[in-house]
Design a protein around this ligand. Structure first.
Ligand SMILES: C[S@@+](CC[C@H](N)C(=O)[O-])C[C@H]1O[C@@H](n2cnc3c(N)ncnc32)[C@H](O)[C@@H]1O
Ligand code: SF4
Length: 353
């Protein structure tokens, strides 16, 4: 089983971001109390046994703007259920992940830290609405090592209107500098989300497929292994097991405001606002997925990553199409699975089915 926990608090709102991120004000304590009820309830509901949780991901929001005592409280509940070698990730922002915070999180059991850097360029950072600078990114990475982390990810965003070849070369130059300090990189092509500051103005996104190709090729040249359209690891051991489980269509429990869960053919959504979540944290809206929905998801996720698509999950007509793509050398068939090696055309391929 896999487990996701959402921390819906941030210090400020980035211009591109549609994730649930609120000012924590004085809700911190009541949120974590509700969260612990939510976690206890769902561990029982899904009959989770000791040592059964293989990956735990604490995402946000900004988990690093929350005092570590709140996580201690949550880990007291979760600890017996975590597998001995579980991957335990936590997101953090470079400005709030202090050495003390990192040390305490490491002590609690977190063994993978993921920083939202987004860019190394001061103007681009301002344009994105970030409140940190390049120095804070370097410091946060250094501190993570001091705290004993060996599994470290960095998030970047590109394809904003400020990204031309020169800007991407600047990002790559800095990536090269910090490469010894990280084991994983997520490079996200900007999505313009509705109800964000970026949605209100046009042309905030560049929409430049050639630059995307250039950036990805250069990241690979730096020695990273691309295992999903936006995800790169330094070696096979540092791929994010939690995200791989999503792409493989595995079941996961999601707790916390706006967390999503998935079990068999059902998706679970929490109450939509903080007050209702705190009042009733175990409530879930259930969406039933049809076999067609599941099939489409399997195609999209499998083709965008090294996961691939399973022959046994395809209809006869889909299998014939997949075999044709093998003949055209667009897919490779290996051990009951079709694999795509060019993630840039993955959505195009998925739509062909
Ligand atoms: C769930 S967010 C939270 C991370 C953390 N709060 C931070 O900002 O550092 C995880 C990552 O998603 C990416 N992201 C969020 N909104 C995006 C968007 N509209 N387009 C592309 N990437 C986005 C960012 O790289 C971000 O670091
Ligand atoms: S990108 Fe991260 S810090 Fe910025 S608003 Fe979204 S969750 Fe918060």
């Amino acid at each position: 089983m896999h487990f996701y926990i959402h921390i819906p608090f941030c210090e400020s709102k980035c211009h591109y971001c549609a994730f649930t991120s609120l000012k924590k004000e004085n809700y911190e304590k009541s949120y974590f109390k509700a969260l612990s009820r939510d976690i206890n309830f769902h561990l029982k509901k899904f009959k989770i046994h000791h040592n059964q949780i293989k990956t735990l991901f604490i995402g946000g929001g900004t988990p690093s703007c929350i005092h570590t005592s709140n996580y201690e409280y949550i880990f007291e509940i979760l600890h017996p259920y975590l597998a001995k070698n579980a991957e335990i990730s936590c997101e953090a922002n470079p400005n709030s992940a202090t050495l003390n915070w990192l040390k305490a999180m490491k002590n609690i059991g977190v063994n993978r830290i993921s920083f939202g850097a987004q860019s190394f360029h001061s103007e681009k950072l301002k344009f994105l609405g970030r409140i940190h600078d390049q120095k804070m990114i370097f410091k946060a990475l250094e501190n993570s090592h001091k705290a004993g982390f060996t599994n470290i990810n960095l998030d970047l965003i590109y394809d904003t209107k400020m990204d031309d070849k020169k800007m991407l070369e600047f990002e790559l130059l800095n990536l090269k500098k910090i490469k010894p300090l990280i084991t994983h990189l997520s490079a996200y092509n900007l999505t313009i989300e509705s109800k964000t500051a970026f949605a209100k103005k046009e042309h905030f996104k560049k929409n430049a497929p050639n630059l995307m190709k250039f950036f990805i090729q250069e990241i690979i040249q730096l020695g990273f292994f691309q295992y999903e359209i936006s995800n790169f690891s330094k070696n096979k051991n540092s791929m994010c097991k939690h995200n791989l489980s999503y792409w493989k269509g595995k079941d996961y429990i999601g707790c916390g405001l706006s967390a999503v869960g998935f079990h068999k053919n059902q998706r679970f959504y929490t109450a939509k606002n903080l007050k209702s979540y705190i009042e009733n944290p175990t409530f879930r809206n259930i969406e039933k997925l049809s076999p067609q929905d599941l099939n489409l998801e399997h195609l999209f996720l499998g083709l965008r990553s090294i996961v691939g698509i399973e022959e046994k999950k395809l209809s006869l007509a889909q299998k014939q199409k997949a075999d044709l793509l093998v003949k055209e050398k667009k897919l490779e068939f290996k051990k009951g699975k079709y694999h795509n090696h060019n993630f840039l055309i993955s959505d195009e391929l998925a739509l062909y089915f």
